[in-house]
Write a protein that binds this ligand. Structure first.
Ligand SMILES: C[S@@+](CC[C@H](N)C(=O)[O-])C[C@H]1O[C@@H](n2cnc3c(N)ncnc32)[C@H](O)[C@@H]1O
Length: 251
């Protein structure tokens, strides 16, 4: 139970139903030191509707905050499973309680560092869409290594996406956007793309279109977008689509 964001109301994260439990994820095995695949599992098995429909699309949101995108989007797309990944305990607990009360069988939440989860746990080619909305900007130079967009992350995102899968990015932060653009130019161009083992270009950039759940004039409709809109800020948005050899050459 937690009493933080809830203003005194006890929160229930429904472990094993909404919040992914320690039993479901398990500890990382020591063998990953010599075998990077040793900790891989299939997060799609955490979703009950998948038993009957194994081809359900699987989408991931990195930094779900209070869970607003998941709560708005999942009912609009009941045939898709959504995993929210949030490392801040207070937000994760609050969001899990909201998702539990909304009774959404196609949404689960895990409290961890998303970059590590993708890197060590996710198998190749399982994610249809990665959503990254209003990622923390970490403005000080010595903190830039904490930004989600890094070459290492883009290599993992490329690996875990299905062919043609998408990484969707929205930010209000001009300096973070400049950083993102430097990476995007590299990963949508001839490279080099550090840590990448696939063909180049690794991604193609395409226009951002709002999800069904966004209100009119919104890009996504997350809590941060709505707060920043009230403040009159402007936004940057893009979509990187995973290219494979056949996509690149048109074969
Ligand atoms: C600025 S908030 C945006 C929240 C939400 N996406 C929105 O637009 O309202 C960024 C969130 O990402 C989370 N976060 C940042 N880096 C993360 C990471 N590597 N793994 C998981 N969560 C992360 C933070 O804890 C925070 O809740």
């Amino acid at each position: 139970m937690s009493f933080g964001l809830s203003r005194g109301r006890p929160l229930d994260t429904a472990p094993g139903v909404v919040m992914v439990s320690e039993q479901e994820c398990g500890p990382l095995p020591d063998e990953i030191i010599s075998d990077p695949n040793a900790g891989r599992l299939d997060p799609r098995t955490w979703f009950p509707l998948r038993n009957e429909h194994p081809d359900r699309p699987f989408e991931v949101e990195i930094g779900s905050g209070k869970g607003t995108f998941l709560i708005q989007q999942a009912p609009k797309s009941p045939g898709t499973d959504y995993l929210g990944i949030e490392w801040a305990a207070e937000f994760c607990t609050y969001a899990a309680d909201r998702i539990r009360r909304a009774r959404l069988p196609n949404v689960r939440l895990i409290r961890t560092d998303a970059t590590e989860l993708l890197r060590w746990r996710f198998p190749d080619g399982i994610v249809d869409v990665i959503h990254l909305y209003f990622s923390d900007p970490w403005p000080k130079a010595r903190h830039h290594k904490k930004r989600v967009i890094q070459d290492r992350f883009l290599a993992d995102a490329w690996r875990v996406l299905v062919p043609g899968g998408e990484l969707r990015i929205v930010t209000d932060h001009d300096d973070l956007w400049r950083w993102d653009r430097e990476h995007i130019e590299r990963w949508c161009g001839p490279g080099p793309c550090p840590h990448h083992e696939g063909p180049v270009p690794a991604f193609a950039e395409t226009d951002f279109t709002a999800p069904d759940s966004a209100d009119q004039d919104e890009l996504v409709g997350t809590n941060f977008e709505r707060k920043f809109r009230r403040e009159g800020r402007s936004f940057h948005a893009t979509v990187l689509r995973k290219l494979t050899k056949s996509h690149s050459t048109g074969e």
